[in-house]
Design a binder for this molecule. Structure first.
Ligand code: FOL
Length: 219
């Protein structure tokens, strides 16, 4: 049986848990986006955490799982997100409509009809390192409520914006109070260790938007 995956949710969220506006990101923050790119691309040296399998010779890749709206929100020149296995979850896409959206196995982009299917597909991938859930709102909500067994969501990489921004989609199932019980905010040094490099410490400011990089793990 393929091994269970340990998933990381990565998101940037406003003080009111806003995620997006009009089908895209409400802001344009290049250094924040660089954090996303680096975090989701960094492959650790050690053996696979994601799958537990050790296939030492093959170069390993991380995977990003997203919903169809998120795929469409990524500028075409940046998708599939390079250097990462891209999986787009959609109940309604067909093989042909997926191909029309540029979701094509030859470019490391795959369509999956459900999150459960995506995870089972990835867990049988020998050269997999880490797996990231990159949104959007529907997929985050589903994963925070329950990741299909035997897989688990055990890490959150949250960029907490301190500056409000207008949003029309939100991170639900994510309550600060509830989060205190189930999740622990890791020390900055542990976040840097896990991400394999320096991460801006404390409040960052970019284009008059203030934010903080955080990592949470499940207790
Ligand atoms: N997490 C965080 N921390 N910030 C985000 O902006 C974010 N965005 C998404 C998911 N998690 C996030 C979903 N939206 C790209 C565009 C939108 C997007 C995710 C990724 C994108 O184009 N990424 C390129 C880099 C582009 C650039 O350098 O400007 C990539 O290679 O990752």
């Amino acid at each position: 049986m393929p091994p269970p995956l340990r998933l990381t949710l990565i998101a940037a969220v406003t003080p009111s848990n806003g995620l997006g506006l009009a089908g895209g990101l409400p802001w344009s923050l290049p250094r924040e986006m660089a954090h996303f790119r680096r975090a989701s691309s960094h492959v650790p040296e050690a053996e696979s955490e994601a799958s537990g399998s050790t296939d030492a010779e093959q170069p390993r890749l991380n995977a990003v799982i997203m919903g169809r709206n998120t795929w469409e929100s990524i500028p075409p020149r940046f998708r599939p997100l390079k250097g990462r296995i891209n999986v787009v979850v959609s109940r309604t896409l067909t093989e042909q409509s997926a191909r029309e959206l540029g979701i094509d196995a030859s470019s490391h982009a795959y369509h999956s009809p459900s999150l459960a299917h995506a995870l089972d597909f990835l867990s049988s991938h020998a050269s997999l390192a880490r797996v990231f859930l990159i949104g959007g709102a529907q997929l985050y909500a589903q994963a925070l409520e329950a990741v299909p067994a035997p897989h688990a969501l055990d890490r959150l990489l949250i960029t907490r914006l301190h500056t409000p921004a207008e949003c029309d989609v939100f991170l639900s199932e994510y309550r600060t109070a509830q989060q205190q019980e189930h999740w622990r905010k890791e020390e900055h040094a542990e976040m840097e260790r896990w991400l394999g490099g320096e991460v801006g410490r404390g409040e960052q400011e970019e284009k008059a938007t203030r934010y903080e990089f955080q990592m949470w793990t499940r207790r």
